[in-house]
Design a protein around this ligand. Structure first.
Ligand SMILES: O=C(O)CCC(=O)C(=O)O
Ligand SMILES: [Fe+2]
Length: 211
């Protein structure tokens, strides 16, 4: 990973600005203390309602390779890979982490997609979080708890790749034009690895009915 370290505001945690054109991605290692990260990992595993959803690929229903939970304010309905997700109510661990994300980024979040990668065979295909309900330049705050995984960015036009290992207790913030120009994802790995929970906080604009 190529990056510059930023420490311009002593009241804000340190972050690395990833070296990439057409995008704005910041990585905050050790964003949470180890004690908090451990506690949040266990609390999220226990407290959230997890399900293995299906997505349509070429007209067929395919089980996604991870568990998910969609949480948010009631109006924050969201389509993910053609799946309309109605949010579950906020719960203690995610509400706390949401406030920490809002403090670090200076933006508000009304929903979170939680992903549970149970082992190396769980993954996330390359995609952009560019659904219309997220607006043109969404800020997405992505918190990692548990096993570190390699996060891959791929530029949509130049195919350029940028990789960053997302560590336990870290925060990744994607903003500006990042979703317009880049895809991101997590590959499977044969390494014997354990659980990772990722929380991606978003602001979802309520869908208009066209009336
Ligand atoms: O697990 C991750 O780090 C990525 C999750 C992600 O890209 C998403 O939920 O849209
Ligand atoms: Fe994503």
């Amino acid at each position: 990973m190529q990056a510059d370290f930023f420490d311009d505001d002593p009241h804000q945690p340190l972050f690395l600005q990833l070296a990439m054109t057409d995008g704005d991605v910041r990585y905050y290692p050790n964003w949470l203390t180890l004690t908090d990260a451990e506690r949040y990992l266990q609390d999220c595993q226990k407290a959230l309602t997890w399900s293995q959803d299906y997505i349509k690929i070429y007209g067929r229903d395919v089980k996604i390779p991870r568990l998910q939970s969609w949480i948010g304010d009631p109006e924050a309905q969201y389509t993910y890979s053609q799946l309309l997700m109605t949010p579950l109510p906020w719960q203690a661990p995610v509400t706390e982490i949401r406030h920490l994300c809002e403090t670090t980024t200076g933006v508000k979040f009304n929903s979170v997609l939680a992903n549970w990668y149970r082992d190396g065979q769980d993954s996330m295909g390359m995609h952009s979080d560019d659904e219309p309900e997220l607006g043109p330049q969404p800020t997405i705050a992505s918190v990692t708890l548990g096993e570190p995984r390699k996060f891959i960015f791929k530029h949509k036009k130049t195919q350029e790749k940028v990789e960053v290992v997302l560590e336990h207790g870290s925060l990744l913030v994607m903003q500006g034009d990042t979703q317009q120009f880049w895809q991101h994802g997590i590959n499977k790995t044969k390494k014997p690895i354990g659980d990772r929970i990722n929380l991606t906080f978003r602001w979802v604009y309520p869908l208009t009915t066209g009336k």
